[in-house]
Design a protein around this ligand. Structure first.
Ligand code: KMT
Ligand code: NI
Length: 179
């Protein structure tokens, strides 16, 4: 994982857009964004460590998503578009990267700046409820990730807008960062 401020220069979303200003893990934590590294190729495999985090944080269910042309088929273009539209969820978005790479962009408060997080195999990222974010593939054009969730996944994207600002999960999130 590597995080930095997005450069805001128009152009291909799959390029790095690195402003050269790094963002620390500690700062991400202040925004409620959590991060662990669990090597995919450790001798026992990644599953025991993932199981431990899942138990600790009550993630009871999981599935795998393969974001490639082959993996998503007819949904490929529309999914990529949805992933990159600024939105929030009422639940955590938890992703463990098994292969490939991608960028999660999260909005910093109170600046509203984009922070770009480059995720790689072994990265476990928790995007908190209520934070505005988006996702794009990078130039590899492929990512395979484990999606963990507590009960039934509630990944309905709430696109940013006046109504979403009033969403109780958004309101709670803004409060949690302000303190
Ligand atoms: C999402 O919800 O944005 C995704 O699942 C992106 C692909 S998983 C790295
Ligand atoms: Ni999302």
């Amino acid at each position: 994982m590597r995080a930095y401020y997005f450069d805001n220069i128009p152009g291909d979303q799959r390029l790095a857009h690195d402003s050269g200003k790094p963002v620390s893990e500690e700062h991400l934590r202040e925004l409620g964004v959590l991060f662990w590294t669990i090597p995919v190729d450790s001798p026992d495999g990644w599953e025991p460590a993932i199981n431990a985090v899942a138990k600790e944080r009550s993630y009871k269910n999981r599935d795998t998503i393969n974001v490639t042309k082959e993996g998503l088929g007819d949904l490929y273009e529309s999914k990529l578009k949805t992933f990159f539209e600024e939105h929030m969820h009422e639940d955590e978005e938890i992703r463990y990267i098994l292969s490939g790479a991608g960028f999660f962009d999260v909005r910093e408060l109170p600046t509203d700046a984009w922070i770009r997080i480059h995720v790689l195999p072994g990265d476990l990222l928790v995007v908190p409820p209520g934070i505005y974010h988006r996702f794009t593939l990078d130039e590899l054009n492929a990512i395979k990730a484990l999606r963990l969730f507590k009960e039934e996944p509630k990944w309905t994207p709430h696109v940013r807008g006046p109504a979403t600002e009033e969403n109780p999960f958004r309101v709670d999130y803004v409060k949690s960062v302000a303190v």
